[in-house]
Design a protein around this ligand. Structure first.
Ligand SMILES: Nc1ncnc2c1ncn2[C@@H]1O[C@H](COP(=O)(O)OP(=O)(O)OP(=O)(O)O)[C@@H](O)[C@H]1O
Ligand SMILES: O=P(O)(O)OC[C@H]1O[C@H](OP(=O)(O)O)[C@H](O)[C@@H]1O
Length: 236
């Protein structure tokens, strides 16, 4: 990773990366193995793959809030529980709090599908999420924008839900959330600008849903649901 105000000293591994262990990739774990040929290939239906829905955007934009609204409306949607080197009880999303040493162990033993560094913490998505996708279920996760290129390389279909909001609202919301002190909030606000890798990563995604979360949360969640599940949009 590079860019002003961004981390990138490799404290969590080699930049935003994906794991290489078994179960770490929805692509690598082909359930049928080997190459189907001729008639056999014709007769085999495509292996169902759920979508990884990556929710991205600057800190405070409402990623976790929108994810909570999505899973409340769609209990069949799997919310990926992240592994973070943040102290337990920090508030916000439910996550697995680990020490940096434990994070490195999980990463080095193939138990993380994707990881990145932001705000002085290491974040990872557990490799076991691949099982949900392979079974055809959709999974939703809060991702760093810097992790999208690796996500696009490893998870298909990849749907990016890109949220944005006015900078003044981000500041208000981070202050109102009360999880960080003023210095940490300033650091988060300094990362609002998209990293250079974002545009090419969005171009690689199977679908991009760009929404403003300047308005009411319920409106953003409704718009996201309609875009993600058009077949049920408007249903009671
Ligand atoms: N549409 C909205 N209107 C008003 N407040 C909102 C809205 N969306 C989110 N919030 C509030 O803004 C704060 C930040 O939201 P949230 O924690 O979901 O953001 P986030 O993008 O996940 O942030 P981070 O990347 O720092 O984890 C929370 O206090 C949340 O309740
Ligand atoms: O790298 P960019 O896209 O700037 O920031 C996104 C990162 O920051 C947020 O961290 P937290 O959940 O507030 O700790 C997100 O969850 C994500 O990990």
């Amino acid at each position: 990773m590079s860019g002003e105000g961004r981390d990138g000293d490799g404290a969590c591994g080699d930049g935003a990366r994906g794991g290489s262990g078994s179960g770490g990739s929805a692509r690598e774990d082909e359930p049928h193995g080997g190459e189907a040929t001729g008639k056999a290939r014709e007769e085999q239906p495509p292996v169902p793959r759920g979508r990884l829905i990556a929710v991205v955007g600057p800190s405070g934009v409402g990623k976790d809030s929108v994810i909570a609204g999505l899973v409340a409306a769609r209990p069949d949607l799997h919310r990926v529980r992240r592994v973070i080197t943040r102290p337990e009880g920090a508030g916000g999303e439910p996550f697995d709090a680990v020490t940096p040493e434990r994070f490195a162990q999980l990463r080095d033993t193939g138990r993380l599908a994707l990881w990145w560094e932001a705000h002085g913490y290491c974040y990872g998505l557990p490799a076991r999420m691949a099982a949900v996708l392979q079974a055809g279920g959709d999974a939703v996760a809060n991702l760093s924008r810097a992790a999208l290129p690796e996500a696009a390389a490893r998870f298909r279909p990849l749907v990016v839900l890109a949220l944005d909001a006015d900078p003044a609202r981000l500041a208000e919301r981070l202050a109102g959330r009360g999880r960080e002190d003023a210095a940490a909030i300033a650091g988060r606000l300094s990362r609002r600008a998209p990293p250079p890798v974002l545009a090419p990563a969005l171009a690689q995604a199977d679908a991009v849903i760009a929404l403003s979360n300047d308005g009411a949360l319920g409106e953003t969640v409704a718009a996201a649901l309609a875009a993600l599940f058009p077949e049920t949009a408007g249903a009671a």
